[in-house]
Design a protein around this ligand. Structure first.
Ligand SMILES: Cc1cc2nc3c(=O)[nH]c(=O)nc-3n(C[C@H](O)[C@H](O)[C@H](O)COP(=O)(O)OP(=O)(O)OC[C@H]3O[C@@H](n4cnc5c(N)ncnc54)[C@H](O)[C@@H]3O)c2cc1C
Length: 374
């Protein structure tokens, strides 16, 4: 049976309560909008999975994605301060820098962000990371990169900050379909927490469905890339920088927890769970990067799904349907890009002035670069 539920003043709907959903909802609510998050399952969000690196340079980003990341990096300190003030939760932001090790200077100089890094020879590398495996002869140090403790702190802080701003949450609700005519968004059809199908009417929504965005709206070319992770408890300050090796990285939190990531499994689709292959890849990676860490106690293992697009760049800004905006497809760098995503979406929705570079970037990340229309 279809139940119609429609409120007097329809809120702006946020479809998906993961990292982007929370970040966008928080920013919109701060701007005085009435916002409601429709979230299927809090715990499946990649926002709770990510390593929390803010590392465009170690990642070797280039072109428009690097520009977008640089804008986000500039916003992050103030953005985090606001979230911390509104939630009372520290987010674990650290500008700790990343070190990308290489076995030869030829390899090092081929890194796409090499001109932004500081070259380290073996002695300097050992001084930075005593205990790094002997096969690494040189490295790039990117002081600009950092991290945030998304899994234990940022996500909770964002949720609390949203509540403080009056954002409404409907948890356990699955959006089955977007309702629209040829031109306009009209609402959503959902399976609610009681297992009933209902329509929620609305004139405005932001699609923040992460890796599942294409299941919600089939014109959105987003697919999952699974990542398996684990954590170790190292001695405090045993690593002071992120160690970003080929295929494996180690992200040291302040309390000595070291987050290890990550596999990259496109063929796994939405297959849940850990695999022996995935876990052994991480163990091998630790051994090759920082052998003593193989002895540290293992703490947790988990997995999640990165929202990827065909060109690995996000989908941002207004969609073809009036009243629908996209904030999805952030792939490996959603934590890094959350601040600029929220800022740009709010500027679009609230019709605030965009700078020239912001407008240019929005054009680059618009949905119609794929021109996939049902
Ligand atoms: C292993 C791994 C490591 C990563 N490491 C980093 C990193 O170090 N740095 C970085 O910047 N980024 C990293 N990322 C990427 C980052 O986590 C993502 O880009 C980001 O979380 C995407 O945010 P999102 O809100 O789009 O998706 P999510 O956080 O996944 O949220 C999507 C939400 O939508 C909800 N949803 C889905 N379908 C429906 C539906 N039908 N109805 C209602 N709700 C629905 C889901 O329940 C989920 O809560 C990593 C990701 C992974 C998986």
């Amino acid at each position: 049976m279809i139940n119609m539920s429609s409120s007097k003043k329809e809120p702006l709907l946020i479809i998906g309560g993961g990292l982007m959903g929370l970040a966008v909802a928080y920013e919109l609510a701060r701007h005085g909008l009435t916002v409601e998050i429709l979230s299927r399952r809090r715990s499946e969000a990649a926002g709770f999975v990510a390593a929390g690196m803010l590392a465009p340079y170690a990642e070797g980003l280039t072109g428009d994605l690097l520009k977008l990341s640089q804008l986000s990096l500039d916003l992050i300190p103030k953005w985090v301060k606001r979230i911390e003030n509104d939630s009372g939760i520290d987010c674990g932001l650290k500008k700790c820098g990343t070190i990308v090790p290489f076995s030869s200077s030829e390899e090092r100089d081929k890194h796409l962000c090499a001109p932004f890094g500081h070259k380290l020879d073996r002695t300097e590398l050992e001084n930075e990371l005593p205990g790094i495996a002997s096969k690494w002869k040189t490295a790039l140090l990117f002081n600009q990169d950092g991290q945030i403790d998304n899994r234990r702190q940022l996500m909770r802080a964002l949720e609390k900050a949203c509540v403080a701003m009056g954002v409404q949450f409907q948890e356990g609700i699955e959006v089955l379909e977007l309702l629209h005519d040829e031109k306009e968004f009209k609402g959503v059809r959902v399976l609610n927490a009681e297992g009933k199908i209902e329509k929620i009417l609305g004139e405005k929504a932001v699609l923040c469905g992460g890796a599942w965005s294409n299941q919600i709206f089939s014109s959105i070319p987003v697919f999952p890339v699974k990542g398996q992770m684990m954590s170790l408890q190292g001695p405090k300050e045993s690593l002071n920088r992120i160690l970003y090796g080929p295929g494996t990285y180690m992200v040291p939190r302040t309390d000595g927890l070291v987050v290890i990531g990550a596999t990259s499994e496109k063929n796994a689709k939405f297959q849940e769970g850990l695999t022996p292959d995935g876990q052994s890849q991480l163990h091998q990676g630790i051994h090759e990067l920082f052998p003593q860490a193989s002895q540290w106690p293992q703490m947790e293992r988990w997995w999640g799904f990165r929202p990827c697009t065909p060109d690995k760049n996000p989908l941002l800004g207004p969609y073809l349907l009036k009243g629908l905006w996209l904030a999805t497809g952030h792939y490996r760098n959603g934590v890094l890009l959350a601040a600029i995503t929220a800022e740009l979406i709010v500027k679009c929705i609230c019709k605030k002035q965009l700078s020239i570079s912001e407008s240019q970037l929005l054009e680059k990340f618009t949905w119609n670069r794929f021109a996939v229309i049902n």
